[in-house]
Design a binder for this molecule. Structure first.
Ligand code: SF4
Length: 342
């Protein structure tokens, strides 16, 4: 496509969006809090999965100040099941920043939006263009897939240089349209039409598309080799006293930060893990029983957990009722806790 066609391209895709957009609650509002929340929830998550969470959040925390005033555990509990809990903490911290730095009013300035916790280039662009109708592109994997096919760009889409160059082209397109519609049009086309495999016969921009013209849809986009997942083995302890379970609080930084968890130690040796456990916590062990092996897959790692149940003679450390666990627990360790019910 040549730059002379950008204006017509922007109109065609935006007009298609205006006629075909899905009936989604966060598409019907320009409230930056709603756009922010929906974009944070949609990272690595499909629309149909996040919708009930979005509705529950908006019901419980109708304004960004309601969210800022909530306790972090309340936020994590409501997020439970959506995964990638770092996003939940970021959402909460960003709300608190909006309250403390901007008097509870979501900032409209791009630099101020980007300065909020957990907001990267893509989310900032989405909020700026959708909520504030500013010509700032929002480039994510969906948009990269669409644009690499349209432009016939064979460079890896997960390399910063390719992203920068496509972002520049999208910046030159968005100025010709209502930015809010154009940004959502690209997102919607990527989600509904230009998928794998693409539905080119339904595509409003096929006349501009290199991949369509040259039958290269299956060759584009190109991705640099994915990073291999790291596999880790753990001895994981499910420590019980009558109908209570012992949980620890994870450190403030790192994977699953600040969440409740079962104590676990990397490696395959039970005796080593038991020695570390006894060293760290004041517990009197009555029995140790192997329960099962469990696997949990994260984005870049896989946990192989060898789960042992330990019964203790008295609850010297903080124990929680098994049937009424009050705080957010990672999905990996929810699976471990379910071992008690089977
Ligand atoms: S014509 Fe096909 S490959 Fe090209 S943008 Fe449309 S759906 Fe994607």
């Amino acid at each position: 496509m040549n730059p002379q066609q950008y204006k017509k391209f922007a109109y065609d895709i935006s007009e298609w969006y205006r006629m075909n957009q899905r009936d989604l609650p966060f598409r019907k509002t320009k409230d930056p809090y709603c756009i922010f929340l929906s974009e944070m929830m949609l990272q690595q998550t499909q629309v149909k999965t996040m919708l009930p969470y979005y509705d529950a959040f908006i019901k419980k925390f109708p304004t960004i100040n309601d969210l800022a005033n909530a306790h972090q555990d309340e936020v994590l509990t409501l997020w439970q099941g959506l995964g990638y809990y770092r996003r939940a903490r970021f959402v909460h911290e960003a709300a608190q920043q909006v309250q403390s730095l901007h008097g509870g009013v979501f900032p409209s300035n791009l630099k101020a939006i980007k300065a909020l916790k957990g907001i990267g280039d893509y989310t900032a662009g989405a909020i700026h263009s959708i909520a504030f109708n500013q010509p700032t592109p929002a480039i994510d994997g969906n948009v990269m897939r669409v644009m690499s096919r349209v432009l016939g760009d064979g460079r890896p889409i997960n390399e910063p240089k390719t992203v920068a160059s496509i972002k520049k082209i999208v910046s030159n397109m968005i100025v010709h349209e209502k930015p809010s519609d154009f940004t959502q049009a690209l997102m919607e086309l990527g989600a509904l039409v230009c998928k794998n495999p693409p539905r080119c016969e339904q595509c409003p921009i096929r006349n501009y598309c290199f991949a369509y013209k040259h039958n290269k849809q299956s060759e584009l986009p190109v991705k640099a080799t994915a990073i291999k997942k790291v596999h880790q083995s753990f001895i994981t302890f499910l420590i019980t006293y009558q109908d209570q379970v012992f949980l620890i609080r994870n450190p403030k930084d790192g994977l699953l930060a600040n969440m409740l968890a079962c104590p676990q130690y990397e490696g395959n040796h039970l005796d080593n893990a038991l020695a570390k456990l006894k060293d760290a916590y004041r517990i009197d062990i009555a029995s140790v029983t192997f329960l099962k092996k469990l696997k949990h897959v994260f984005t870049h790692r896989v946990w192989h957990m060898h789960v042992y149940q330990i019964e203790v003679t008295s609850p010297a450390e903080p124990f929680y009722p098994i049937n009424d666990l009050p705080h957010a627990i990672s999905r990996a360790h929810q699976k471990v806790l379910q071992s008690l019910k089977k």
